[in-house]
Structure formats: structure tokens, C-alpha cells
Write a protein that binds this ligand. Structure first.
Ligand code: 5RP
Ligand code: MG
Length: 212
């Protein structure tokens, strides 16, 4: 079992505040995400900035792309992204077209999806999935629990590298002890903390304590 990566999601509504946070914690985390909110606000420029600041880190554009996969992916790759997300309801041709342009595509799991579809993503050569508790579901009172753990385990058994995300805090991680999670993605757990550096270090230390 590997040690899970820590990915920061920059879901800022403006580029200067995203840059200020990533400058503080970019070296501590493993993977840098230009979050959906930032993609919508500052798109290509945000990807270019993050890439320029951290030329040696993996950069993900969390576009949650639903269509025009090839064009969106080429634009992300040209700006410096390594990986890009597609929404799980996108068609296989959209996913395949995106996968031709970026190093890897990750399928974002929201709402209704089936293991049958998941097998089709694997058959199409896409082996990264992001298991997500939506921000709005969490606001509506949803919590992390056994049902999530079981779905994550099943996806890993199928052969996916699975990232886990959505309102994570350091305490949530122990729920996944013994599970081969590929990456924990956190946004507000770091960026909304009083001290983002201390928060990023706390996530890393907890991952090390549980999986190290
Ligand atoms: C929301 C996202 C976020 O980037 C992801 O949920 C991480 O952010 P947070 O830890 O703040 O929930 O993709 O759709
Ligand atoms: Mg995101």
C-alpha cells in the first residue's frame, strides 16, 4: 500500500488570493489543483501561474468537463496542466478525446453513476477516479461514513487509483485507515485555516502517521 498524496484545491474566486496561498503551501503538498471555481474565474491564466510557480509539481485542472473534451484538455495542457477532470456523466468519447491531450484524465464522481459505467471508464483507459462529497451535499448535512468507504474500496478493487475529497479535515482521514487511497484532496481544510502552512503540515503528518 502506498502513502496517499496530498493535493490542494485552489477554489479561490480570484487569482491573487490563490497565488498567495499556493506560494505558502505549494512545496508542502504533492499535487496542485486549479479548482473548478478558479478555473471559471481565471482559467488559463491560473493554470499558467501555478505551473510557472511550481514547474516540478503535478498540476490538475479541475474543469469537471462535460463535453468538448479534446478542446478543453488541449487548452489545459497548453497552459501547463498535467491532468484534467471530467464529470462522470460525460460520454466515453468526451473522456477519450480529453485523454489524448493531457497526461491523465480523472473522472469526478457526483450524483448517479454505476459500477458498470466505472468499468467502461477503465476499458477506455481511464484509471483515476475522484470520490467526491459535494460541497452542497455537505452543506445540506451529508457526512463522511461507511457508505463512502465501501464505494472507495470497491473502486480500488476494480483497479482505479482513487482520490477522496469534499470538506475533508485532518480528523476525517482516519476513516480511510487501511485503504489504499491514492490522494486526499483538500481545499478549505488548508486555505480557510488560520495558518495554511500549519494546516498543510498537519494533513501531511496525519497521512504519514496512518499510512507511513
Ligand atoms: C468541489 C471541489 C473541491 O475542489 C474539493 O471538494 C476540495 O475542496 P474542499 O476541501 O474545500 O471541499 O472540487 O467541487
Ligand atoms: Mg476541486
Amino acid at each position: 500500500m502506498g502513502i496517499p498524496n496530498l493535493q490542494i484545491a485552489l477554489d479561490h474566486s480570484d487569482l491573487p488570493s490563490a497565488v498567495a496561498d499556493i506560494a505558502k503551501v505549494g512545496e508542502i503538498v504533492d499535487i496542485l489543483e486549479v479548482g473548478t471555481i478558479l478555473c471559471l474565474q481565471a482559467g488559463e491564466e491560473a493554470i499558467r501561474c501555478v505551473r510557472a510557480l511550481f514547474p516540478n509539481k503535478k498540476v490538475v485542472a479541475d474543469t469537471k468537463c462535460a463535453d468538448a473534451g479534446g478542446t478543453v484538455a488541449k487548452n489545459c495542457a497548453d497552459a501547463g496542466a498535467d491532468w484534467m477532470t471530467v464529470i462522470c456523466c460525460a460520454t466515453i468519447p468526451t473522456m477519450k478525446a480529453a485523454a489524448k491531450e493531457v497526461e491523465e484524465v480523472q473522472v469526478e464522481l457526483y450524483g448517479d453513476w454505476t459500477y458498470e459505467q466505472a468499468q467502461q471508464w477503465l476499458d477506455a483507459g481511464i484509471s483515476q477516479a475522484i470520490y467526491h462529497q459535494s460541497r452542497d451535499a455537505l452543506f445540506a448535512g451529508e457526512t463522511w461514513g461507511e457508505k463512502d468507504l465501501n464505494r472507495v474500496k470497491k473502486l480500488i478493487e476494480m483497479g482505479f487509483r482513487v482520490s477522496v475529497t469534499g470538506g475533508l479535515d485532518v480528523d476525517t482521514l482516519k476513516l480511510f485507515a487501511g485503504v489504499d487511497v491514492y490522494t486526499f484532496i483538500t481545499g478549505r481544510g488548508i486555505t480557510a485555516a488560520e495558518d495554511p502552512v500549519v494546516a498543510a503540515q498537519a494533513f501531511k503528518a496525519e497521512i504519514q502517521r496512518i499510512w507511513g
